[in-house]
Design a protein around this ligand. Structure first.
Ligand code: AP5
Length: 230
């Protein structure tokens, strides 16, 4: 049958600097039905705009600490609620990041599939120090992996690139510690639900080939199940 496309919620998990943003942008260009929800990008936008939420979040972010759960849950809730009401597919990047965020998300949405990126810490520290961003769009460059056409300048707008405040070495170490403490337990949480797939490697371009193949299979499988229900 020609069932209407099924809404899927996809989550991408991984260490800070582990390639979540890079893999997400590849997924979005091949699977345009997904709306990208990046809590990191959203928070950085609040910080830039000087909103009350931004002022509150900035001190945690700069230190490499997590923004409190209540603040994050409130920020994301409107998006997840409207997605579940309208049947919009979501790609969640950076949320949930704690068990309590995951449990509260379970009240509004079902996570269908989880991509778990697994990359060694040494590589992460090296890459983060090499990362430059265009703050207004969230575009990410790296002098070794994806250099801008002109040094220090965004390809599309011609504006200056900057380094993130939390990409200083001490904050990076703290972000990696926080990941182990608060976010790693989510790997088991979603594995126990039978929805998690781990992708290991160091090169996003190589990992993405497997991610894409896996995702195509999963999405086709979900559509078949939906057809059977009719
Ligand atoms: P967030 O923005 O989510 O930061 P993060 O998890 O630390 O992730 P990153 O953006 O650092 O990295 P990434 O995994 O996307 O990697 P990327 O693709 O850039 O959150 C920031 C902060 O906000 C948090 O610390 C926290 O304070 C707060 N926050 C956000 N959500 C929260 C929540 N739910 N609860 C509480 N607090 C929250 O890749 C990294 C680098 O590698 C790049 O330079 C890239 O160019 C390079 N790279 C990628 N692939 C390759 C390759 N194949 N070869 C070489 N380089 C490569």
């Amino acid at each position: 049958s020609s069932a209407a496309a099924v809404a899927h919620t996809l989550l991408i998990l991984g260490k800070p600097g582990g390639g979540k943003g890079t893999i997400s942008s590849k997924i979005l260009s091949d699977f345009p039905q997904f709306k990208h929800v990046s809590t990191g990008d959203e928070l950085r936008q609040h910080v830039r705009n000087g909103t009350e939420l931004g002022l509150q979040a900035k001190k945690f972010m700069d230190e490499g600490l997590l923004v409190p759960d209540e603040v994050m849950i409130k920020m994301v809730f409107a998006t997840t609620q409207s997605a579940s009401a309208t049947g919009q597919s979501l790609l969640l990047d950076g949320f949930p990041r704690t068990l309590s965020q995951a449990q509260s998300l379970d009240n509004t949405l079902t996570i269908n599939h989880v991509i778990n990126l697994c990359i060694p810490n040494e590589i992460i520290v090296e890459r983060i120090s090499d990362r430059w961003i265009h703050p207004a769009s969230g575009r990410v460059y790296s002098y070794s992996y994806r250099p801008p056409k002109v040094h220090g300048i965004d390809d599309e707008t011609g504006e200056q690139l900057v380094q993130r405040d939390d990409d200083k070495p001490a904050s990076v170490m703290r972000r990696l510690e926080k990941y182990e403490e608060a976010t790693r337990p989510l790997v088991d949480y979603y594995r126990d639900k039978g929805v998690l797939q781990t992708f290991k490697g160091t090169m996003s371009d190589v990992i993405y080939v497997d991610v894409k193949r896996w995702l195509e299979e999963k999405l086709a499988g979900d559509d078949d199940e939906e057809d059977e229900k009719e």
